[in-house]
Design a protein around this ligand. Structure first.
Ligand code: ZN
Ligand code: ZN
Length: 333
């Protein structure tokens, strides 16, 4: 198969992904082989490619928002029939035996495997995954629209859940990329009032189009006090800015897997029972719940599609804020 291989992490400006031939993956007994149609490009891929996340497999094929069709079943795989359309996401597998898995918190598993990081992912024509960790994709989403739901969408959804936002509540997003442009649709569906703090007029415009009541620069202070805020941008300096905008008892959720250092700030910003919490991965239930809600709303994703061989260009565009909505690779050409 054709695939984009990362041999060693490097700045994306040096185009570190190599479009090349790679051996076809083979499904293990309870796994399925998927013919990849589309694979979403996530900021986490950027952190993998540039080495902000320490290398765990080398070389590795990035990509963890895979939409494709089941091509082959492992010996004991029963859940899907060949030809079924499925999604493979970041949480590739958990051990199901650690204290976190046993307590229903598999997102915090002690021995997790991650698609496109500790195992090969979807910047390729084929990928394998354990059938139990694969999602059914609701009918109403075309492949390219569905791809960004699988991480940007699911992580945004978990971030919303952890924010505790309720009907009539005020919520701010810091950074308005792939995750926020989906999460805002869910937040509005739940009846929240949304504020967007993000760099660049294009992202602000998209936020307003999607129903934000206000949009301003990344560290701007929204014109109303907030019940909750979610930082999707990987910028630690936004933490004090976001705390400043919260009401007493407000919740600040950090939605990214990597963030630049958080500067020190006065205790006053946190006092009055404000909370800061991070989001790590997701449970399969988050994913299933989100896909159901996304189909009900229905969520619309704005995507820019690149051919698989141009994955480096997609990552460069993501890094320099040139993607409005989400970038997606077409892995069939
Ligand atoms: Zn576990
Ligand atoms: Zn992701």
């Amino acid at each position: 198969m054709k695939a984009c291989l990362l041999r060693s992490p490097a700045p994306v400006e040096t185009n570190p992904l190599q479009f090349t031939d790679a051996p076809d993956p083979r499904p293990g007994p309870s796994e399925i082989l998927v013919r990849v149609k589309k694979c979403g490009v996530c900021r986490t891929d950027l952190h993998v490619v540039e080495g902000e996340l320490p290398p765990r497999k080398s070389p590795v094929i990035p990509g963890h928002q895979i939409v494709g069709v089941v091509e082959k079943l492992g010996q004991s795989a029963r859940r899907f029939a060949p030809g079924a359309r499925v999604g493979i996401a970041w949480l590739h597998r958990t051990d199901q035996t650690c204290e976190y898995c046993c307590a229903g918190m598999e997102n915090l598993c002690d021995n997790p495997m991650f698609t496109g990081y500790t195992v090969d992912g979807g910047y390729a024509e084929c990928a394998v995954a354990p059938e139990d960790f694969v999602y059914e994709i609701p009918q109403n989403f075309p492949d390219d629209q569905a791809a960004p739901l699988l991480c940007a969408g699911i992580i945004g959804f978990r971030s919303l859940r952890l924010s505790g936002i309720e009907r009539g509540g005020r919520l701010a997003f810091y950074g308005f990329g792939a995750a926020a442009h989906v999460a805002i649709q869910v937040a509005r569906h739940w009846g929240a009032e949304v504020y967007a703090c993000t760099r660049g007029a294009k992202h602000q415009q998209l936020a307003l189009q999607l129903g934000a009541v206000w949009a301003g620069e990344a560290a701007a202070e929204p014109p109303a006090k907030l019940d909750a805020a979610i930082i999707f941008a990987p910028a630690g300096e936004l933490v004090p800015a976001a705390l400043k905008g919260l009401k007493k008892g407000g919740v600040l959720v950090l939605g990214g897997i990597h963030m630049s250092p958080i500067p020190s700030f006065d205790y006053d910003l946190l006092y009055q029972e404000r909370m800061i919490r991070s989001v790590a991965n997701n449970t399969r239930k988050d994913g299933e719940d989100f896909l159901r809600v996304a189909a009900e709303i229905p969520v619309r994703t704005q995507v820019t599609v690149f051919p698989l061989r141009e994955a480096n260009r997609a990552l460069n565009d993501l890094k320099s804020d040139r993607i409005n909505g989400a970038a997606v690779l077409d892995c069939t050409r």
